[in-house]
Design a protein around this ligand. Structure first.
Ligand code: FAD
Length: 337
């Protein structure tokens, strides 16, 4: 049986951030993920300046695609509003693999199924023994399922259903667009350009409300694709994939003995925009900090609402109206209006 001090299940932003922090402090860490990285993760790939700061990222030396938006274009019915703020886009395929590699920990491809308590530690699948266990396996995390599900049952009214597609596409509009409640969708749809001709488009809404209204996410997609095809993305061909996750609700128990849950495993994505990368990173860092220092593991101030972080970003943008904020697209300039 393999033994380690800290075992992390899941190598997404939550797991790799915890791994990065622990490894820097000299902890002995093993990370298991059922996928081989780089792996596909359905996500618009929009990240905030807080994420950049917490990860201590140097935007100039980030080796993959990263695009900076000096505003968001927000649409509601016929209303269209530029919101001046600083946000970025990355491709999760690249970003997650980069974060995991940067952490410097040993990573094994292994699909975790069974977790048993063993004294003050745990045994995983009869193959791994650890003192500390971090559940960072996303919505279907086996650590959540085995140790936290009863204490924190998923709130079905907070379940989000999504459809999205990331494609190579020579987009012309470099802004990030968000359409709220389009055609009665209880949620929003997005157009998120990536550096060097990649684009992510998608829709997401409350699963229960869509069902109660007798609607179907696929019908909403058809409407959205038609709208894009008639404007922003003429000629693009979409074949979207679906995924479901949970927004931030009550999370009563985030630690049991030496086991922690983080990120989507704990259901931490922001209530208003479903932003989950930042909360995953922050919770991963907090879990690591608790293991290293014994500080309480608390997630009360992990972003519940994205609007507050956007407001902070608007203030930064107002203080520095002409940038630079990060990377603008090759050959294109934002006009700062
Ligand atoms: C369509 C869509 C768009 C989104 N857009 C954004 C956005 O633009 N910005 C944003 O901030 N958030 C966005 N989110 C939310 C964001 O993607 C998640 O909140 C974030 O990925 C959570 O990170 P995590 O590390 O907790 O989990 P994940 O990124 O899901 O990582 C979990 C890892 O655990 C592994 N794993 C799972 N089960 C096991 C197992 N049994 N054994 C071993 N390994 C396992 C998986 O392979 C995976 O690598 C979006 C979500 C969706 C669905």
């Amino acid at each position: 049986m393999r033994s380690c001090e800290v075992l992390i299940v899941g190598g997404g932003p939550a797991g790799s951030s915890a791994a990065w922090r622990l490894k820097r402090a000299g902890a002995e860490v093993l990370l298991l993920d059922r996928e081989r990285f780089p792996r596909l993760k359905l996500c618009a790939g929009w990240i905030t300046p807080e994420v950049v700061r917490e990860l201590e990222m140097d935007l100039d030396s980030y080796p993959h695609r990263l695009l900076t938006f000096p505003r968001l274009r927000v649409h509601y019915g016929r209303l269209s509003l530029p919101v001046p703020c600083v946000q970025h886009s990355i491709r999760r395929f690249e970003f997650d693999a980069w974060l995991l590699e940067r952490s410097g920990v040993t990573v094994e491809q292994h699909n975790v199924r069974e977790i048993l308590a063993d004294g003050d530690g745990f045994i995983v699948d009869g193959e791994y023994r650890c003192r500390y266990l971090i559940g960072a396996g996303g919505t279907r995390c086996p650590v959540y399922r085995s140790l936290f599900k009863e204490a924190n049952p998923r709130a079905h009214e907070l379940q989000i259903v999504t459809l999205e597609h990331e494609i190579e596409y020579a987009w012309e509009d470099p802004d990030c667009h968000l359409w709220f409640c389009d055609e009665g969708l209880p949620g929003y749809s997005w157009y998120v350009p990536k550096e060097s001709g990649w684009l992510n488009v998608g829709i997401g809404g409350f699963a229960g409300r869509i069902k109660d209204a007798g609607q179907d996410i696929k019908t909403h997609w058809a409407h959205f694709a038609e709208k894009l095809g008639g404007g922003l993305t003429r000629g693009a061909d979409y074949d979207p994939t679906g995924y479901s996750y949970y927004l931030r609700g009550r999370v009563d128990v985030v630690r049991r003995d030496n086991a922690f849950i983080t990120g989507d495993a704990a259901g931490l994505a922001s209530r208003d925009l479903g932003e989950g990368i930042g909360p995953a990173i922050r919770s991963g860092l907090r879990a690591a900090e608790t293991i290293l220092t014994g500080a309480p593991y608390q997630l009360d101030d992990v972003t519940g609402m994205s609007v507050s972080s956007i407001a902070r970003s608007m203030l930064t943008r107002a203080a520095r109206p002409f940038g630079p904020y990060g990377r603008t697209p090759h050959g294109l300039r934002h006009d700062n209006q």
